[in-house]
Design a binder for this molecule. Structure first.
Ligand SMILES: Cc1cc2nc3c(=O)[nH]c(=O)nc-3n(C[C@H](O)[C@H](O)[C@H](O)COP(=O)(O)OP(=O)(O)OC[C@H]3O[C@@H](n4cnc5c(N)ncnc54)[C@H](O)[C@@H]3O)c2cc1C
Length: 351
């Protein structure tokens, strides 16, 4: 049966932020044939493409996305010896649960991270010092040839709501979207090394020409009771520390790595840093919390969470513009207070 391609579909319900205008075209795909069918459609119409997982790391523009959004829903899950084969559309929560049930360990850290396996691999999602890089053995992708790329983007600081100086600038650290004009693809495997994993990044996020189909993970034999206890503790700690009662996209900013001399200077000024800095990395949430007026700061319907300052929460039908202005304000304040340029962990789509 041909896939259903819908027009003018609101993306807000497909993101954890509950923000975002319409996709010009939208479809849900369950396997490689359906992905190819969707790509053929974009090729014919010369459309931009965005591959959507669980939508838990995105800020989608109020004007939406002028192309085809392909939502991946292949939720294959198979255990072969100690290899785990999973579809990129499988929810990470289900993966964590199934692996604990199967007495396999080393993925408990992912408990409570929303989204799909594909999104987690593209982002190299992680927590408690561990990340997808540690468990991924191989990734099977559809490589799209002859896609053009839009530039990567980041917010340039501004201050006032409605200000005409709100704009997005090219940046090497932020995601963009691939554009139409495709004519060929090929299916290929990436080894762990070829995935080029780094902090919340991978080749799949950097080069928007791969659609992750499946992944092979490698885990150790574990103790089911112990794993389940760890998972329950992690979930409880997330409920305590994170504002899960409101829509958000998790941590908005990456935790910056600061060079030696700059860090020593900051440690003198803020002795608390001696306790909390690990591997020259400062918590973005901690920095935001130090600046008077940022914790709980509200612009429109978006607010800096009082529970966890690296979260911006949608408390009252926030617009993407509200979030952008808040992000700009935070970046500006952090830069003048700490001399550090924060970079977004979330990805901008449709700007
Ligand atoms: C409450 C909350 C807590 C969070 N905690 C954490 C945390 O502890 N650690 C952490 O790392 N993140 C965290 N996040 C952020 C987010 O959940 C993760 O980054 C997650 O892995 C994103 O997966 P997704 O499926 O939602 O991806 P999406 O947001 O849908 O997409 C993210 C990127 O992946 C790409 N992508 C998705 N699927 C595919 C595919 N099949 N092929 C190619 N590219 C694909 C998209 O194009 C996009 O570039 C949190 C978010 C929330 C809301």
């Amino acid at each position: 049966m041909p896939i259903k391609i819908q027009e003018n579909i609101s993306l807000s319900k497909y993101t954890s932020f509950k923000i975002g205008g319409p996709a010009r075209y939208f479809c849900v795909v369950k396997d490689i044939d359906e992905i190819k069918e969707a790509l053929e459609f974009t090729g014919k119409k010369k459309l931009k493409v965005f591959v959507l997982g669980g939508g838990s790391n995105l800020l989608i523009a109020d004007k939406g996305f002028d192309g085809l959004v392909i939502r991946i829903q292949n939720s294959k899950f198979k255990i072969q010896n100690s290899n785990i084969i999973c579809g990129s559309g499988l929810s990470l929560a289900k993966l964590v649960f199934e692996l604990a049930e199967a007495d396999l360990t080393d993925i408990e850290w992912a408990a409570g991270i929303p989204g799909t396996v594909g999104g987690a691999i593209a982002n190299n999602a992680g927590a408690f010092g561990k990340c997808m890089e540690d468990v991924v053995k191989e990734v099977e992708v559809l490589e799209i040839n002859r896609w053009l790329h839009s530039p990567d983007r980041a917010v340039e600081p501004i201050a006032q709501k409605g200000s005409t100086s709100t704009h997005l600038l090219p940046s090497s650290s932020q995601g963009g979207q691939a554009r139409g004009e495709l004519s060929q693809w090929n299916q290929r495997m990436f080894t762990n090394k070829q995935c080029q994993f780094s902090y919340r990044n991978s080749i799949f996020k950097k080069e928007k020409k791969y659609i992750i189909l499946d992944a092979v993970l490698k885990l150790e034999k574990g103790d089911q009771e112990k794993n389940k206890k760890t998972i329950a503790e992690i979930l409880e700690s997330r409920r305590e520390k994170q504002p899960l009662e409101h829509p958000s996209a998790g941590s908005v900013f990456k935790n910056p790595v600061v060079d030696g001399a700059h860090l020593e200077k900051l440690k003198k000024e803020f002795p608390e840093l001696n306790e909390i800095v690990k591997n020259n990395t400062i918590s973005a949430g901690w920095m935001i919390e130090q600046i008077e007026g940022l914790k709980g700061k509200k612009i429109g319907g978006a607010m800096v969470s009082e529970k966890h300052c690296n979260f911006i929460v949608n408390v009252e039908n926030a617009k993407a513009e509200d979030v952008i202005i808040l992000i700009s304000l935070i970046k500006q304040k952090i830069r003048s207070h700490f001399g550090i340029q924060l970079k977004e962990e979330i990805e901008y789509i449709g700007f």
